[in-house]
Design a protein around this ligand. Structure first.
Ligand code: HEC
Length: 400
């Protein structure tokens, strides 16, 4: 058993590592090509050339040139950028399975919501990825309306998805599935639209025919979408480590507001090289982020409930609660199935260690209520209030 948890930990770490590496390669290349496009020197170009630029990096000079359409004949080696995207999706799916589906009981389910079985929760997750791509693709292919309408429909889809998932699954699982749905759309865009259009372009050059303009237009639209989806997806991927985001009672709204800010920031990077005042997208972005910080501040409800416990709280009673609700996982050698060591190194298996982590315990138990994980150890509200009261008294004492 212990060896299984140990191997599981390593598997998860190695896949996460790989996912990060290929993700950096993919998004890094995409940022780089966006940058190129925005910084090409376009004046006084010779016939057939759209722009060029000089760069210095790593001890060498580079000269890059973009063709208006295509070179007269294909070069012997042409570099493609697609495996970074595919590998990011494949490793991401593997991570989803290893971290979330492997221990679905622990990570997919939320104590309050849904009452789903682990199998049903996994099905909901997979369905979210599939249906998002189908909906998105149909909207892009069938709708000939203006681009803002397409964007509005995609956004509405994600509002509904975030809301549905957060009412059926644990906050972390809901977040990661919204992120994975966006990631799936982005990779499927590369696989199904952008790369086929590039193949057509390359074939057209060697066959000396005109490339299919429809394919080119779709590819441009999809890469523009991918561009705006990058920053939201990166936020969602790291937010699982911040319980104040996914643990908020309106966690789906937190996700959407942050995503809007991220889109605005991306827009700023897309237009900042243009002449004139181009920093305006940062204004809504900053307002949205500041608003989020204010709205997600711990509300006083837990605190005032805790105040109803007027008599002073004995640390020994608190430790008893921690021992019965937390140390199955948070101990040097956890007894809970699937844990090889204390999660995030937070050990709570002695009164001293409990004191050491007092503030974190208070946050996780009384404010975000993300602990005990999925409330697997069935902590009661009375116990949460006890811990809140204990921390507040302790806090007041240290301030005196
Ligand atoms: C079923 C196992 C389990 C139980 C029981 C459990 N935890 Fe956790 N805890 C975890 C895991 C897993 C993480 C890491 C989550 C992550 O990676 O973000 C964690 C993270 C934490 C963190 C740091 C991140 C956060 O959410 O703030 C704190 C603090 C914490 N737990 C406190 C507690 C306390 C206090 C209890 C008892 C009331 C408790 N936990 C019960 C599994 C558990």
């Amino acid at each position: 058993m212990e060896i299984e948890a140990h191997l599981h930990m390593w598997l998860s770490l190695l896949i996460r590592w790989a996912h990060l590496i290929v993700g950096i390669a993919w998004i890094g290349a995409s940022f780089y090509f966006n940058w190129l496009e925005n910084h090409l020197q376009r004046q006084n170009q010779q016939e057939g050339t759209a722009g060029d630029l000089w760069a210095v990096h790593g001890g060498g000079f580079y000269y890059l040139k973009k063709f208006e359409v295509a070179p007269g004949q294909l070069p012997p080696t042409l570099h493609w950028f697609k495996w970074e995207a595919y590998a990011t999706w494949i490793s991401g799916m593997a991570l989803l399975v290893v971290v979330f589906y492997w221990n679905a009981q622990t990570y997919m389910l939320s104590p309050g919501a849904g009452g789903l079985s682990p199998g049903a929760a996994i099905s909901v997750g997979i369905l979210a990825l599939l249906s998002s791509w189908i909906f998105y693709d149909v909207i892009c292919c069938r709708l000939s309306g203006p681009e803002w309408l397409v964007a509005l429909l995609i956004f509405t889809w994600f509002v509904i998805l975030a809301w549905v998932l957060s009412s059926l699954l644990s906050g972390r699982a809901a977040y990661i599935h919204v992120g994975a749905a966006i990631g799936t759309i982005m990779v499927a865009n590369v696989f199904r639209v952008i790369i086929p259009a590039q193949k057509d372009l390359v074939n057209a050059v060697s066959e000396k025919r005109v490339p299919d303009p429809g394919k080119g237009r779709s590819a441009l639209q999809r890469s523009r979408h991918n561009n705006y989806l990058t920053l939201p997806v990166l936020f969602i991927m790291i937010s699982g480590h911040y319980p104040a985001s996914y643990g908020h009672p309106h966690n789906w709204l937190v996700l959407l507001v942050f995503s809007l800010a991220a889109v605005a920031i991306r827009h700023y990077f897309n237009i900042r090289h243009l002449p004139g005042f181009r920093a305006w997208p940062l204004i809504p972005a900053v307002l949205l982020l500041v608003g989020l910080i204010i709205v997600t501040a711990p509300d006083s409800a837990t605190v005032s409930k805790a105040e109803t416990l007027t008599e002073s709280v004995d640390s020994r009673d608190v430790y008893e609660v921690v021992e019965s609700r937390c140390t199955a996982c948070h101990a040097a050698t956890p007894s809970f199935q699937g844990f090889a060591s204390a999660p995030l190194g937070i050990e709570l298996d002695s009164p001293e260690k409990m004191q050491l982590h007092a503030e974190k315990i208070y946050q996780a138990v009384a404010i975000t209520r993300t602990m005990p994980l999925a409330n697997l150890t069935q902590m009661t509200d009375t116990e949460r209030h006890l811990i809140a009261r204990w921390f507040e008294q302790r806090d007041a004492e240290t301030q005196r």
